[in-house]
Design a protein around this ligand. Sequence first.
Ligand SMILES: [Zn+2]
Length: 389
Amino acid sequence: MKFNYYIPTKILFGKGQLSNLHKQSLPGKKALIVISAGKSTKANGYLERVEHELKAAGISYVVFDKILPNPVKTHVMEGAALARENGCDFVIGLGGGSSIDSAKAIAVMAANTGDYWDYIFGGSGKGLPVPVDPLPVVAITTTAGTGTEADPWTVITKENTEEKIGFGYDKTFPVLSVVDPDLMLTVPSDLTAYQGFDALFHSTEGYINKAANIMSDMYALKAIELIGKNLALAVENGGNESAREMVALGNTLAGMVESTSSCTSEHSLEHALSAYHPSLPHGAGLIMISRAYYTHFAKRGCCDERLITMAKALGKDNAAKPMDFVEALVELQKACDVDNLKMSDYGIKKEELEKYAVKAYDTMGGLFEGDPAPLTKEDCIAILEDAYK
Ligand SMILES: [Zn+2]
């Protein structure tokens, strides 16, 4: 038995926790608040509530409100420049995964010179060490999807080269995260489903991963169970507080899976799709790939017991064969009304599938090393062809 465990984030979890922000020892005196370019963070009053908390704590702030659903490097550099100009000494990511991931990347670039891609491993990234520690990050989640509040990862797209690559290390964990399910009650049903499945796949990929260990297994199985029992309820009725709370917990646990195990190539393949097609939500892309992806491993017989255990965690008590997991997965997708998502609806063409397989290797080849059996380029193309609608 062997594992490395490091999750240095203080997490305030539960209904109403945002109101306790001002009582925390915050990691600076002036914050850059990073939010999305969409209307919801302001319209739902979340920004105002955070501003109110900061004022109560005697903290000043500047707001950066340009983040896109698939966040881009240009905004990382812009946000970092704004933080430096205003003398911000910490960064708050308020919103979904895109805002919090951007906050992490901005925190790196606010403290360092050069270009963000200098520090990226994979693709055209230079893979240089980060010379100066990033500014501290506070994460306040308004969605249950990426688990970024409990992991060091940030995923950013470099626009002109269609590269969407994850980055993170021990210093990019948030120092403090607020997971208040009340802030998630307004997420529309389709996004609730996409984000919930993203969290599910962080757990399932972490569980079949070669890097899985006793700690990550514990988090993964509980996350799969919580999401399996509650996601369809949250999709059906966004105001279902207990379902929202349980999916939020599943998502935070899934972030812990990413901190103790890793994603597999399912994420590399999806990042390649949404790097070329930024209108494709990450979770939707994963859902499109998933049936074919897990069927491939089920047929190869490389992780039978693990697939059966995950099927049971998803509620299929009598699961006895690897394909039972795929069945349980598709049932959950049907219950959440996302079993019919089509790549073609997002402009992905069947004759281009090889391009995405190549891109997945080029930009996020590292995740393939965690796969329960090696995937060749031909395997990836076959999975994408099987998944294509
Ligand atoms: Zn993800």
